[in-house]
Design a protein around this ligand. Structure first.
Ligand SMILES: [Zn+2]
Length: 373
């Protein structure tokens, strides 16, 4: 399912109240915010909601319910009266620096918002003597309703904004594999991977490391080649200099193109940035094969556009010595040119997944909790 602008959800309620339920709209924003200062990067994971119609009779936000409850998509079968949002989401979530950057040390050299998702949540209410929350079947407050006439509000039909993308392989007609939250769909029959672009699935360049064990768990990374201006970073040899790595540059490293490696999956902001930095700094040059792994694959649920948003931030993390960052960063531009999805084998240990070649570890719990981010 792909929305034409953003997903619309309803909070489920008991069917007994079905008759006269009114759905009140809330904007919800989720995502990772990064504030890069001269000495460190501060990050915030944000999941907030706020009224899309200003009215003090209704709760200001949906609170933790958007996380605690199973929210449902608005579908063609959804019934009820839906109130039309009157406040634009930009008015609410416009200035993240002001809203979340208050305790962040200044100066802020660079900001990135990654893995952002905007959605609209409709929460059900009904009116008796008071305003009732239809999820709890309880009054919103003991106060009687002030100046609330629902006839004053425009209704809207939120159904019909979702398109269904066929999950048959555009090449061979085989059923594509993909988890519920996955953006990348895989065809095991003709060994291809697909990514939704507009109304269509577009073929995606992919590979996996050739040497993974039979029981490896594969984590997907976006490998991105970019034009970088404002700093000399075209090759692996350049990276040795930029990141001040204790390595003697070998001749062929001048001809080895530098690439970014960004997790293609959602994970907490601090870990996202750590993984991107760890893999980018080693510039894996292992043998690759264009074969879909036969063992477990973690879903690719971080859009490529969001990965591209993170490139300058990742680059900022590589620059050493750190005190030169403030001078260099403003002039740097990163322009993504080509993308491939690379499946990276990890070994499952007791509490972690471990990438044995590069000694990169990722807590299993952290990864499984990240599915909800
Ligand atoms: Zn196919």
């Amino acid at each position: 399912m792909i929305p034409d602008d953003y997903f619309r959800y309803v909070l489920p309620h008991k069917p007994a109240n079905n008759g006269d339920v009114v759905y009140f709209p809330y904007w919800r924003f989720k995502g990772m915010l990064f504030f890069c200062g001269p000495h460190k990067v501060d990050e915030r994971y944000v999941d907030i909601s706020q009224q899309a119609i200003r009215n003090h009779n209704f709760p200001f936000s949906v609170g933790i319910r958007s996380q605690a409850m199973k929210i449902q998509f608005v579908t063609p079968d959804s019934v009820g009266r839906f109130l039309k949002p009157v406040i634009e989401h930009q008015q609410i979530f416009g200035d993240f620096e002001k809203r979340f950057g208050r305790n962040i040390a200044r100066p802020i050299l660079h900001q990135a918002h990654i893995g952002e998702t905007l959605s609209l949540i409709y929460a059900p209410f009904f009116i008796r003597d008071k305003l009732y929350d239809a999820v709890l079947d309880k009054p919103v407050s003991e106060m009687s309703i002030e100046n609330l006439d629902l006839a004053d509000y425009t209704e809207t039909d939120p159904r019909g904004h979702i398109r269904f993308v066929s999950t048959l392989c555009p090449h061979c007609g085989w059923d594509l594999d993909g988890e519920r939250d996955a953006l990348v769909l895989r065809c095991k029959n003709c060994q291809s991977t697909w990514y939704p672009v507009g109304r269509k699935l577009k073929q995606l360049k992919f590979a996996r490391m050739a040497h993974g064990d039979a029981d490896a768990v594969y984590l997907p990374f976006w490998r991105i080649r970019a034009d970088i201006s404002g700093i000399e970073l075209k090759s692996y040899a350049d990276l040795i200099k930029v990141a001040n790595l204790p390595k003697a540059v070998q001749e062929d490293w001048h001809r080895t193109a530098f690439r970014f490696w960004v997790p293609a999956f959602k994970v907490r902001p601090r870990i996202f940035l750590r993984l991107a930095g760890q893999v980018t700094v080693v510039q894996p040059r292992d043998e690759l094969v264009s074969r879909i792994p036969d063992s477990r694959i973690h879903p690719s649920n971080l859009p490529v556009a969001e990965a591209i948003e993170s490139l300058k931030l990742i680059l900022a993390g590589l620059i050493k010595p750190r005190k030169t960052l403030a001078d260099k960063l403003a002039a740097i531009n990163v322009d993504a040119k080509s993308v491939a999805l690379i499946y990276f084998p990890f070994k499952e240990a007791h509490v972690e997944y471990i990438q044995p070649d590069y000694q990169i570890a990722l807590n299993k719990n952290v990864l499984s909790l990240s599915r909800n981010l």
